[in-house]
Write a protein that binds this ligand. Structure first.
Ligand SMILES: Nc1ncnc2c1ncn2[C@@H]1O[C@H](COP(=O)(O)OP(=O)(O)OP(=O)(O)O)[C@@H](O)[C@H]1O
Ligand SMILES: [Mg+2]
Length: 228
């Protein structure tokens, strides 16, 4: 699904260049459940943002299902993001004035589908993440873990090929974290969506089929976990 070749990202801070990604090459297979791990500042979020087309690398190429996507025009990248990529962020990023159901179907509405279709699908997805009883709740009426599962349902509304999750459990307690990770695992297994997540917690390795370890902007190790 992803073929990453010689990817680098350099931030210029004053006169000092920071090499957040340093000539990284690797592949991710379709259907993978992959985790990016490494110390704070090692470049995990930077890598995820480049793959999610939320940022432009300084050099290198990203092939998504054979298509080189780094040099596409911004409108083409925006369409790819909306149609094929889903995002889950640490801070949920739900709209406070919309209900859980409305938050979930909003990207479907933006894509211009039929309203009965995306509304029905929004309900089904909230059922799928175990929140069928919460569809009319506003974000402030939901726990952190529930809000994150709404965000996962939202990421799925346009049937993406891949979900990117940057430390989805960073703001959650242990029990909610487990529930969120198990939701991602079951989506990967049952809906067959490719999942790429970032975590600090070594314990989260158990959820990933492939673990990429980063240090100083490089991938320094890759561990497979065939039992997942
Ligand atoms: N917008 C930016 N401008 C300048 N430097 C940046 C920017 N974003 C990240 N960096 C730097 O790039 C490096 C990698 O940052 P990144 O956020 O990818 O790390 P991370 O592995 O996700 O860390 P954390 O675990 O703390 O989230 C860091 O040294 C950081 O200071
Ligand atoms: Mg980060």
């Amino acid at each position: 699904m992803f073929d990453i070749r010689n990817l680098s990202k350099v931030y210029i801070m004053g006169d000092v260049p920071v090499k957040a990604l340093d000539d990284v090459s690797f592949t991710i297979d379709t259907g993978d459940m992959a985790c990016i791990m490494g110390k704070s500042g090692s470049g995990k979020s930077t890598l995820l943002r480049q793959l999610g087309l939320l940022d432009q690398p300084t050099s290198g190429e990203i092939y998504l299902d054979g298509q080189e996507v780094t040099k596409l025009a911004e409108t083409a990248r925006a369409t790819l993001r909306l149609q094929h990529l889903g995002y889950v962020f640490q801070e949920y990023a739900l709209l406070a004035e919309l209900t859980a159901h409305e938050n979930v179907y909003l990207p479907g509405m933006m894509l211009g589908g039929k309203d009965t279709d995306y509304k029905r699908k929004g309900k089904e997805l909230l059922d799928l993440v175990g929140l069928g009883q919460r569809i009319h709740h506003y974000p402030r009426e939901l726990s952190g873990g529930e809000q994150q599962r709404v965000a996962i349902a939202r990421a799925l509304i346009n049937s993406p090929r891949v979900i990117f999750a940057d430390e989805p459990c960073a703001n959650l307690d242990t029990i909610s974290s487990k529930r969120v990770m198990e939701t991602l695992v079951s989506l990967n297994r049952d809906v067959k969506v490719t999942v790429l997540f970032v975590s600090h917690d070594p314990d989260d390795k158990k959820y990933a089929r492939n673990v990429l370890i980063m240090s100083d902007g490089k991938i320094v190790d890759r561990v497979s976990n065939p039992n997942v």
